[in-house]
Design a protein around this ligand. Structure first.
Ligand SMILES: C[S@@+](CC[C@H](N)C(=O)[O-])C[C@H]1O[C@@H](n2cnc3c(N)ncnc32)[C@H](O)[C@@H]1O
Length: 241
């Protein structure tokens, strides 16, 4: 099926924010788990900061931490800056070309550039906003270049992508449709409707990999698997060289 490609996130940020604050993620539980993993870190980089929702919770819990966020969607960053205030450093960067001239104790992606998906199989599934494998490897190298030795790379876990609808505030309904594609890719089309008319929509393409393939790629980029956090919210890797 042909899916109309819409500019990622452009013009959709307010509705996206409405969705994300309506229980799409459990930011309280996530930020508790993240703060535990980050307890010994003094600097952290968020990859795909979006509208700053997890960042806001984390900074509240760890006010001393040197927090930096990146995102390649300007409209998301603007919302994030508004939420976090001008003292928080946010950069308009694509991870593939990122050069922040700084190294961090940890970097995390919370439903951002890549994450893991729960599965009823033996392994989790790795899901990436970056569709080409060569670019996924490039993105791992890019993070590795921004981490101190022993620095942590932390990826969130989320549920399976499926078709569904959810009523939000202001008589807005969120509708999500998944379109499987060859080579373990899929398109996710989101739309926001009011009175049955589409008021905003977007389509994002994702690449899926098995957890073991992702581990091999991460290993090639000097990331060693360390653990999954107790409530299975995050996978933690460690930069070894
Ligand atoms: C679902 S949102 C992140 C949500 C946010 N981390 C939170 O917890 O609220 C995913 C973000 O990843 C960003 N993103 C995707 N690919 C990217 C890339 N290659 N470089 C930088 N940002 C990227 C998108 O622009 C989007 O804002």
């Amino acid at each position: 099926m042909e899916v109309k490609q819409v500019n990622k996130y452009t013009g959709i940020v307010e509705y996206y924010d409405l969705l994300m604050t309506s229980g799409y993620y459990d930011y309280k539980a996530q930020s508790n788990a993240l703060a535990e993993v980050l307890h010994s870190c003094s600097s952290v980089l968020e990859l795909g900061v979006g509208t700053g929702l997890i960042a806001e919770q984390l900074i509240k819990k760890m006010p001393e931490i040197d927090f930096v966020g990146i995102d390649f969607t300007e409209a998301m960053l603007e919302k994030s800056q508004e939420r976090l205030g001008n003292n928080i450093a946010l950069h308009h960067e694509n991870i593939l070309h990122m050069d922040l001239e700084k190294k961090f104790d940890a970097a995390f992606s919370n439903g951002g550039i890549w994450y893991f998906i729960e599965s009823d199989q033996k392994e989790y599934i790795f899901c990436s906003h970056i569709p080409k494998i060569q670019d996924i490897i490039k993105s791992f190298h890019s993070v590795a270049n921004h981490l101190n030795t022993e620095g942590r790379l932390i990826l969130s876990v989320q549920g399976v992508h499926k078709n569904y609808e959810q009523d939000l505030a202001d008589e807005v309904t969120y509708c999500q449709e998944i379109f499987p594609l060859p080579h373990s890719k899929f398109d996710k089309k989101y739309s926001f409707r009011r009175d049955r008319s589409i008021i905003a929509e977007q389509t994002c393409r994702y690449q899926l990999l098995s957890e073991s393939t992702a581990k091999i790629l991460l290993d090639e980029c000097s990331f060693e698997f360390q653990c999954i956090t107790p409530c299975r919210q995050y996978h933690v890797y460690r930069k070894v060289t």
